[in-house]
Each structure stands twice: as structure tokens, then as C-alpha cells.
Design a protein around this ligand. Structure first.
Ligand code: P6P
Length: 333
């Protein structure tokens, strides 16, 4: 096993002109914060960190203690470096400005500090998702408008998965690369170069308890998968649903699959379940960089022009040929 670490990989990316020193620092700081989050997540009950914080986030969802801890770790880790103009978090309604006594940089960092946290108390994998944009706004404190850039403008995207091992998955626009945390050394080791998603798959992920709320094209698509060998697809399919997007996406990045959180009658009023800026867009960049596809069913996720920082969108992503079939049914309907 090569012992190339994340730091060496980033130095090599910088030497090749693919990233600049500020983006390298940003990624290293996020990776260091992710290690601190991993330590807290793995302590769980031992440190009294399970359960609810007693507060709600801006989505009106009850926050877990670890949601708040992960959010604080990421904010504090990134404030001092001079690489960021501002930050945005699922857990914070407003744009988080860099404190006045620190220098500002040219990047905007967005994150879901602990995605899937409803799984924390039952010890199922959770993750951190992050997206990096360039600050193209006017001088001074960035506003929400500075963040309203489509997913194609992302300079980098990635996630951490706190599973049996802690992994850090990263793209800066030149393929997807995976790193595994060596807890003894305290460093991320480069274990998964150029991760790719097979074009075809026999595995799908969707919360089937919402079936009666789905739109007709999704009902048709999933019914055909469930019909298996005797149905129009002529082969059997398998289903997985972790209810932790990072875990489901990582499985797809590793062995293929299609993940769906489509528009349904329950979430239609708010535009979808998952958030565009710090869930759908970073995952879409990763999936596309790995040869997959990411759509709302009606349009490519990465070309959506955002209107609000916390806006939600439908998501169908993964193996390109399956995403295309699902989208074709939307076009026909
Ligand atoms: P449901 C976690 O809360 C999350 O945002 C994603 O990580 C996950 O895919 C989805 O929601 C699960 O939603 O409705 O199945 O609980």
C-alpha cells in the first residue's frame, strides 16, 4: 500500500498547476477539521455526545449535539487561515462572515457539517459534505448573493464518511480521489485514485415509504426495477437505503448504483428534500467527475441557477445509463 498522504497529493496537484496555495490550505484545513469531527463521532455515548442539542436548525429540524459540535469545528478551523471570504452552513441561517481580526481570502466554503445525523444515535454511518466556490462578489463582506453560483462554478467538492473507516473523498475538477484515515499516524492515506462509477448498475436507493407521493415517471421507473427479470428491464435489481446521503453516494462511487430523492407530493411545496448548495451540488460534481450523472429528473443539477442559500432540489444521481432512463421517463410524462 502506497503511503502517499493527502498533503503529498495536494502538493503534487499544486505543482501540476491544478490548485493554488490558498485552495490547498483550504482543503488541508477542512481535512483536519474532519479528523476532529471523526474523533467526536467515534466517541458517541462514551462522551455523552449522543442525542439532541435541544435546539432547531434553520430548517426547523431538531439538532443533534454532534450537529452543533461538527458545525463549530468547521467554522473555527476555517476562520483564521486567510483563504476564505465567508462560509455557509446547513446549520446557520445567515452567511458566516470571517471575524474582522482575520484576513480574508478568495474562496467561499459551504458545508453540511453532519449529514444523516438522524443515524447518529443508532450508530449508522454519517458524513460531512463540502463545496468550494470562488468569491466573485464586490469587495467587503460577501452577501448571500455572492454564493448564488451554479454547481459548474465549484472549485472543489468533497465529503468525509464516518464509517467503519473514516474516508475523505475529494475532487478539484481532475477526477475523484479517496483517502483513508490512518488513526495511528493521524494522516489521510491516498487509497482510492481516480474513483469511477460504472455506467450501468443493478442497485438503486430510494425511500420507498414515499412511493404513494412520487410523480408518475418515478413510479414507473421504480416499478420496472421492482418487476426485475420478468419485467421490461429483464433483470433483477437490488435496493439499499441508508438514509445517510454520504453513505449511499459513497457506495455508488465505489460499486455503482442510482440514488433518488425525487420531487414528491410531501416535499413539492419546498422544492425537494435535499439542499442544492451543500448537498446536491457537491455530490453532483463528485458524481460527474467519476463518470456518473446528476439530475433533478428534469435538468442537470450543476446548471441550476441558485436563488436561495438553503434551497432544496430533487436528486437523481449515479450510474449514467440509469439516470438517463429515469430522466427519459420525466421527459415522456
Ligand atoms: P429520509 C439525511 O437527513 C438526509 O438529508 C440525507 O442524508 C438522506 O439521504 C435523506 O435525508 C434521508 O431522508 O426521508 O429517508 O429520512
Amino acid at each position: 500500500m502506497s503511503r502517499v498522504t493527502l498533503t503529498q497529493h495536494l502538493i503534487e496537484q499544486q505543482r501540476a498547476g491544478r490548485i493554488n496555495p490558498d485552495l490547498r490550505l483550504l482543503i488541508e484545513v477542512v481535512a483536519r477539521a474532519v479528523k476532529a469531527i471523526s474523533v467526536n463521532v467515534s466517541k458517541g455515548a462514551l462522551a455523552g455526545l449522543l442525542g439532541e442539542a435541544g435546539t432547531d436548525n434553520i430548517q426547523g429540524e431538531a439538532q443533534k449535539k454532534l450537529d452543533v459540535i461538527a458545525n463549530d469545528i468547521l467554522l473555527q478551523a476555517n476562520e483564521w487561515g486567510g483563504h476564505l471570504a465567508a462560509m455557509a452552513s446547513e446549520e446557520v441561517e445567515e452567511v458566516h462572515q470571517i471575524p474582522f481580526d482575520y484576513p480574508k481570502g478568495g474562496y467561499l466554503l459551504l458545508f453540511d457539517p453532519l449529514d444523516g445525523s438522524s443515524n447518529i444515535d443508532v450508530n449508522i454511518s454519517v458524513g460531512t459534505i463540502f463545496s468550494v466556490l470562488r468569491n466573485v462578489g464586490q469587495p467587503g463582506d460577501p452577501s448571500e448573493a455572492s454564493f448564488m453560483q451554479s454547481g459548474t462554478e465549484q472549485a472543489a467538492a468533497g465529503y468525509a464518511l464516518y464509517g467503519p473507516s473514516t474516508m475523505f473523498i475529494l475532487t478539484v475538477g481532475h477526477g475523484v480521489h479517496g483517502f483513508t484515515l490512518d488513526r495511528e499516524m493521524g494522516s489521510f492515506v491516498y487509497t482510492h485514485p481516480f474513483m469511477t462509477i460504472p455506467q450501468d448498475t443493478s442497485e438503486y436507493a430510494i425511500n420507498s415509504s414515499n412511493a404513494r407521493y412520487w410523480e408518475p415517471p418515478v413510479q414507473r421507473y421504480v416499478a420496472e426495477l421492482q418487476a426485475g427479470k420478468s419485467g421490461p428491464r429483464g433483470r433483477d435489481f437490488n435496493m439499499r437505503w441508508v438514509a445517510s446521503m454520504v453513505a449511499d453516494v459513497h457506495r455508488i462511487l465505489t460499486r455503482g448504483g442510482v440514488f433518488m430523492y425525487p420531487l414528491d407530493e410531501k416535499c413539492r411545496a419546498v422544492g425537494g428534500k435535499l439542499r442544492l448548495m451543500y448537498e446536491a451540488n457537491p455530490m453532483a460534481m463528485i458524481v460527474e467527475q467519476a463518470g456518473g450523472a446528476a439530475s433533478t429528473g428534469r435538468e442537470r443539477i450543476m446548471t441550476i441557477q441558485p436563488q436561495k442559500l438553503h434551497q432544496r432540489v430533487p436528486v437523481i444521481l449515479g450510474s449514467a445509463n440509469e439516470v438517463e432512463i429515469a430522466c427519459s421517463y420525466h421527459r415522456e410524462s
